[in-house]
Design a binder for this molecule. Structure first.
Ligand code: SF4
Ligand code: SF4
Length: 370
């Protein structure tokens, strides 16, 4: 994911040399394409179940497959995960195998009773609730949902926090939500949500037409970062964008607040499973060019170790990607999903990288930046 997390409350932060990590730790799992909303900004084109979604038995087998491969953490999204009637059973099975879960949800199919059961019977530790705006009209329009759903989602967030779950609100940065993001930060402070995650949909095959492809969203977000820094509580900024540390706005921010770089775990410490069991390096990339297996038949650990595409993610310079840039050992040659969206090739160049853009303007190759 190309995310920037604005963390208000102290907690977990990842600031690792992600290029050095190798070994499956996390699965991103789009567990269903079913959803009770019809979001115009949907990241996964959801609404109805996908053809050939995993049955309960196959999903339980997928969990065993992941645990045997060393996975300790599963991030569940959809669609709307709670549209899947067997979700509680799957989560109980994860707990039995020592696997923790984090769930991305729109928050509207959850009530206090279900949340209490999740607390007691499962190892769910965190929720990420999609809340792109607090403006009722925009919310209804964007989510294709009745106005009352905004209050339902806010109530669910309150219950999650009261029950001790880590609460993140996630907002997709599109032209209609950008002006409303500061109000979400103010509400986060008021409601004691731990984190506001900004999803940058550009170059991730998702709502790709919401912005011109050469838009610099980090520059557009500068007023939101400045607002975050004025909040009475603001702890850390964490980004998963591989080249983020070289962006001038992020560099400026790092002089004012700790900025952590969690980077890209695709094919290093993470794989993605789609609703029909297809495995890809990254949950943002579902094109057939990125299919590296199916959890119905393939061992997840073996995919990570042996699939030729995985090697492109881990050793990009050996495949000629960004071999001209001195940052490649730390940056990993940018985002492979962005490269695919921009060039049609998974081993293409991530042209959204500011280092490459700067060097191309100057007519030189991309060397290391200070
Ligand atoms: S390839 Fe990596 S950086 Fe790009 S969207 Fe996927 S996880 Fe994020
Ligand atoms: S040119 Fe490539 S390796 Fe260099 S900073 Fe940009 S994406 Fe990373």
């Amino acid at each position: 994911m190309n995310d920037i997390k604005l963390k208000l409350e102290p907690g977990h932060v990842s600031d690792t040399d992600w290029m050095a990590r190798f070994g499956l730790e996390t699965i991103f799992w789009n567990i269903t394409s079913a959803c009770n909303f019809r979001c115009g900004v949907c990241f996964s084109d959801s609404g109805v179940p996908a053809a050939g979604e995993l049955t309960t038995g196959e999903a339980l087998e997928a969990i065993r497959n992941a645990a045997a491969a060393g996975v300790t953490d599963v991030v569940i999204s959809g669609g709307e995960p709670f549209a899947r009637p067997d979700l509680l059973d799957l989560l109980v099975s994860m707990k039995e195998l020592g696997v923790t879960a984090r769930i991305a949800t729109n928050g509207t199919l959850l009530d206090h009773v279900l949340l209490e059961r999740l607390r007691r019977e499962t190892s769910v530790k965190a929720f990420q609730v999609s809340l792109d705006t607090l403006d009722r009209e925009v919310y209804c329009d964007i989510h294709g949902a009745p106005a009352t759903m905004l209050e339902v989602a806010l109530d669910a967030l309150r219950a999650m926090r009261e029950l001790g779950f880590h609460t993140t609100v996630s907002s997709r940065v599109v032209p209609r939500t950008l002006p409303t993001l500061c109000a979400i930060l103010d509400r986060a402070l008021e409601e004691r949500w731990a984190t506001v995650t900004l999803h940058l949909p550009l170059h991730t095959q998702r709502v790709a037409d919401a912005w011109p492809q050469d838009e610099d969203l980090i520059v557009r977000l500068e007023p939101v970062f400045n607002h975050f820094l004025t909040l009475r509580k603001h702890w850390v900024i964490e980004t998963t964008i591989p080249w983020a540390r070289y962006h001038p706005v992020i560099r400026g921010l790092s002089k004012r607040i700790r900025v952590a770089h969690a980077g890209c775990g695709a094919c290093r410490s993470r794989l993605a499973i789609h609703a029909d069991g297809t495995v890809t390096p990254c949950i943002c990339l579902s094109d057939s060019a990125a299919h590296i297996g199916n959890v119905r038949r393939d061992d997840l650990g073996a995919i990570l170790r042996t699939h030729p595409l995985a090697d492109i993610y881990r050793r990009p310079a050996a495949h000629g990607i960004c071999a001209d840039c001195g940052n490649v050992a730390h940056c990993g040659a940018g985002c492979r999903t962005a490269a695919f969206v921009l060039t049609g090739r998974i081993d293409g160049l991530d042209g959204s990288c500011p280092v490459r853009q700067r060097r191309q303007k100057r007519g030189t190759v991309a060397h290391a930046e200070p």
